[in-house]
Design a protein around this ligand. Structure first.
Ligand SMILES: [Zn+2]
Length: 257
C-alpha cells in the first residue's frame, strides 16, 4: 500500500475536490483527509491518499494531467508525516521538507482523454514494440482537442512501463548517460533513431506523415516516461523542435532538465 500526500493548485475551486476525488477513487485509492484553501495563485488542495502501490504512477499521471490542475506535487506520506502536526494546524511546512519532495512536476499537457488512453494501454503493452497501428488508430479516434494531450499521456505511461521492464537499474544517471543507455536503445526498438548531444533524431516516424497531424507528443511523453526515474529531475522536459510531418528530414526531440 502506498500513502501519498498530493498537493495541487487549480484555477478554480468549485467542483475541484469532487472531480479529483473521482479520479482517486477510479484508481482504487481512498481519500484519508483533505484541505482546500484559496491562495493568490489559485485554489490549493492537499489530499492524503492510501491505495495500491502498482497504481501509484498511473494515479499521479492522471492527476497531474487533469485539465483542472495547474501544478501538481506528490510526496510519500512517510516524509510528509514528520510534519503532520503542522499540516493539521494548517501552517506552512519547513523549506527543508519541501526540498525533499520525491516527485514534483508541472504538467505540460492538459485535457487528455484518460479513459481512452487507459483502454488502449493493455493492448499497447501486449503488442509492444509493434504499437504504431494502435497509436494511429487511437489518434484518429480521439477528439482533436484531446489528441495531443492523450498521445503524450499514452507515451509517458508506456515509457515508464518500458523503463521498468527493460532498464530498471536502481541507479540515478546524468542526462547524457540516461539518453544513451535508456532512451536511445528503447527508441531503436520502435524507430530509426540517432543521438546528437541532448537531441534525438527520429527518421521516418510512422506517426508524423507529411501533411498529416504530428505524433510528436507521443514521443515527448515516451522519452520523459523512460527518463523520469533514472534522471529524477522535476524539470525534465522534452519538446519536438522539428517534425517530418512539416517537411523536415527528421523529427528532432530536444531533452532538457
Ligand atoms: Zn514529428
Amino acid at each position: 500500500m502506498a500513502e501519498l500526500e498530493i498537493r495541487v493548485v487549480s484555477m478554480r475551486r468549485e467542483g475541484l475536490l469532487v472531480e479529483l476525488g473521482r479520479v482517486v477513487y477510479e484508481y482504487g485509492y481512498a481519500l484519508l483527509r483533505q484541505r482546500l484553501t484559496q491562495e493568490a495563485r489559485g485554489a490549493s488542495l492537499i489530499m492524503v491518499l492510501r491505495g495500491p502501490d502498482e497504481r501509484q504512477l498511473a494515479l499521479e499521471d492522471a492527476l497531474g494531467t487533469h485539465p483542472g490542475v495547474l501544478s501538481f506535487e506528490s510526496i510519500p506520506y512517510e516524509s510528509a508525516s514528520a510534519n503532520r502536526a503542522t499540516f493539521i494546524a494548517g501552517r506552512k511546512r519547513p523549506a527543508a521538507l519541501a526540498r525533499a519532495s520525491a516527485a514534483t512536476f508541472t504538467p505540460v499537457a492538459t485535457g487528455a482523454d484518460i479513459a481512452s488512453v487507459e483502454r488502449v494501454l493493455p493492448n499497447l503493452a501486449r503488442e509492444y514494440p509493434g504499437i504504431f497501428p494502435l497509436l494511429i488508430k487511437l489518434g484518429h479516434a480521439l477528439h482533436p482537442e484531446a489528441r495531443d494531450a492523450s498521445l503524450y499521456l499514452a507515451g509517458r505511461r508506456i515509457g515508464r512501463w518500458v523503463y521498468r521492464r527493460d532498464f530498471e537499474l536502481g541507479a540515478k544517471l546524468g542526462l547524457a548517460d540516461a539518453i544513451k543507455r535508456v532512451a536511445l536503445p528503447a527508441l531503436r526498438k520502435l524507430v530509426s533513431t540517432e543521438v546528437d548531444n541532448e537531441r534525438l533524431h527520429i527518421r521516418d516516424c510512422p506517426l508524423c506523415q507529411t501533411g498529416g497531424a504530428s505524433g510528436g507528443r507521443f514521443f515527448c511523453g515516451f522519452i520523459e516516461g523512460l527518463l523520469a526515474e533514472p534522471v529524477a529531475s522535476p524539470s525534465l522536459f522534452v519538446r519536438e523542435t522539428s517534425c517530418h510531418g512539416d517537411g523536415a528530414a527528421a523529427c528532432v526531440f530536444e531533452i532538457s532538465c
